[in-house]
Design a protein around this ligand. Structure first.
Ligand code: NAD
Ligand code: DAU
Length: 365
C-alpha cells in the first residue's frame, strides 16, 4: 500500500510522516515537497537515511510530475498538507497562496481522479485544512461546527476555503473518496519560527523582543501536533468518505496569556539549569530577569481574526479521537525540543539550510 504525502517536509507533514511510519510500518510513504522556505528535509532525515520514506522534490502544480508519480506508485491514499500556510505572508503576497493552495490542490485532484479511473486503487484523498475557513468568532459565540457556513477573512483563509470547495466538488461530482479535516492552531516540534509559539521561543532564547500584535487579546485554540497526527490517521483509517471532521485542542487562550505562560516556563527552567544560562546568555532568564520584560506590543495584523474555536464532538463521537496533550505539558515539551534542536532552528532561520537545498536540488523555480 503506497501513500502520497504532499508537504511532508513541512511542520505538520513531517510530524505526520514520523507518526504514520511508527504506527503503520507496512505502508510505503512517498513525500512530495517543493522545499520552499517552510520545508525542511532535516525534519525527516532519519527516515530518509534509513530508506523508510521515499522523497521527491517537486511542485504540486506540476501536472506532468503528478501523472508520473501516480503511474509509478499507484497510490491507495493521498494526504495533502502542501500549502502556503502563514497568514502574515498571505497579506503581503497573496499570489503564491492562490497558486499552491488553490491551483495546486486542483492539479492534485485531477491527477488523483485520472489515476483512480485507470486503476481503481485510490481509497482516500485526505485534505488537511484549517478552522480559519469558518471566519472569526466573538467571545461568547459557539464554536465552529462542520456545518458552519464558510466566511474566510484573510487571503490565506480564502485560498484554503477555495481548496476545500474543490475537494468537496471532486467528491460530489466524480465520486472521489475524499475527506477533509479543519483544525485549530498546531504547535510542537519542527515548527518554522515565523508562527507565534516557535517565534516566541527562539526570541526568548536570543533575548529578542516578543512581538505581540495589538493588545494580545486575540484567542486561539492550541492543538499539539501529535494529537493532530493521531486525528488524521484515524480519519484515514476509519473516517467516512465524503465527510469533514473538525479537529481542535480544547485549549483556548488569549495570545498575551500564552506568551506569558511561555515566559514563565522559561524562567522556571533556566533558574535550575546553569548549562542553559551558559548556552543562551542573551536570554533575560539567564541574567535572573523576568522573560516577560521582552513582551513588545506592535501594530496589529490587518483584518486580524479575533477568535477561533472548533466543536470537536463529531470526531470524538465517530472516531473516538480527543486531544491528549494538555497545553502546559505541550508547551514544556516544545520548549524542550527547541532547546535540544538548536542547530535545526538556527539553520532554517539563517538560510543556511536553503543554501544546502539549492546546492543539492537547484534553486526552486
Ligand atoms: P508549513 O508551511 O510548515 O509546510 C508546508 C509544506 O508544503 C512545506 O514543506 C513546503 O515546502 C510545502 N510546499 C509549499 N508549496 C508547495 C508546492 N507548491 N508544492 C509542493 N510542496 C509545497 O505548513 P504546516 O503548518 O505544516 O501546514 C500543513 C497544512 O496544514 C497546510 O495545508 C495548512 O493550511 C494546514 N493547517 C495548518 C495549521 C497550523 O497550525 N500550522 C492549522 C490548520 C491547518
Ligand atoms: O487556526 C489554524 C491556523 O493557525 C492555520 O491554518 C495557519 O496555517 C497557522 O499559521 C495558524 O494561523 P494564525 O494566524 O492563528 O497563527 P500565527 O502563529 O501566525 O498567529 C497566532 C496568533 O498570534 C494570531 O492571533 C496572531 C498572533 N501573533 C502572531 C505572530 C507571528 C502575534 O501576536 N505576534 C506574532 O509575531
Amino acid at each position: 500500500m503506497s501513500m502520497l504525502v504532499t508537504g511532508g517536509a513541512g511542520f505538520i507533514g513531517a510530524n505526520f510522516v514520523h507518526h504514520r511510519r511508527a504506527s503503520h510500518p507496512q505502508e510505503r510513504l512517498v513525500v512530495l515537497d517543493a522545499l520552499t522556505y517552510a520545508g525542511n528535509l532535516q525534519s525527516i532525515a532519519p527516515l530518509l537515511d534509513a530508506g523508510e520514506v521515499h522523497f521527491v522534490r517537486g511542485d504540486i502544480c506540476d501536472d506532468a510530475l503528478l501523472a508520473r508519480l501516480f503511474a509509478e506508485h499507484d497510490f491507495a491514499q493521498v494526504v495533502h498538507f502542501a500549502a502556503e500556510s502563514h497568514v502574515d505572508r498571505s497579506i503581503v503576497a497573496p499570489d503564491a497562496f492562490v497558486r499552491t493552495n488553490v491551483n495546486g490542490t486542483l492539479s492534485l485532484l485531477k491527477a488523483a481522479l485520472a489515476a483512480h479511473r485507470k486503476t481503481g486503487t485510490l481509497q482516500r484523498f485526505h485534505h488537511v485544512s484549517t478552522d480559519e475557513v469558518y471566519g472569526s468568532l466573538g467571545l461568547s459565540d459557539p464554536a465552529f461546527q462542520e456545518t458552519t457556513a464558510y466566511a474566510p477573512r484573510s487571503p490565506y483563509a480564502a485560498s484554503k476555503a477555495a481548496s476545500d470547495h474543490l475537494v468537496n466538488a471532486y467528491g460530489h461530482t466524480y465520486g472521489l473518496l475524499i475527506t477533509i479535516s479543519n483544525c485549530s492552531n498546531n504547535y510542537g516540534p519542527f515548527h518554522f519560527p515565523e508562527k507565534l509559539i516557535p517565534l516566541m521561543i527562539v526570541n526568548l532564547l536570543q533575548g529578542k523582543p516578543l512581538p505581540v500584535y495589538g493588545q494580545g487579546a486575540n484567542i486561539r485554540d492550541w492543538l499539539h501536533v501529535s494529537d493532530h497526527c493521531t486525528a488524521i490517521s484515524a480519519i484515514l483509517d476509519r473516517g467516512r468518505a465524503g465527510e469533514t471532521y473538525n479537529v481542535g485542542g480544547n485549549s483556548e487562550v488569549a495570545n498575551l496569556e500564552l506568551v506569558h505562560q511561555l515566559c514563565d516556563a522559561f524562567d522556571a527552567r533556566f533558574l535550575g539549569d546553569p548549562d542553559l544560562r551558559r548556552r543562551f546568555p542573551a536570554s533575560p532568564a539567564s541574567q535572573g530577569r523576568p522573560s516577560r520584560e521582552l513582551v513588545t506590543f506592535v501594530q496589529d495584523r490587518p483584518g486580524h481574526d479575533y477568535r477561533y474555536a472548533v466543536d470537536t464532538s463529531k470526531i470524538s463521537a465517530e472516531l473516538g479521537v480527543r486531544p491528549l496533550v494538555a497545553l502546559a505539558d505541550g508547551l514544556a515539551s516544545t520548549i524542550g525540543w527547541y532547546l535540544d534542536n538548536e542547530a535545526w532552528w538556527r539553520s532554517v532561520m539563517t538560510g543556511e539550510y536553503q543554501n544546502w537545498v539549492n546546492s543539492h536540488y537547484g534553486a526552486a523555480s
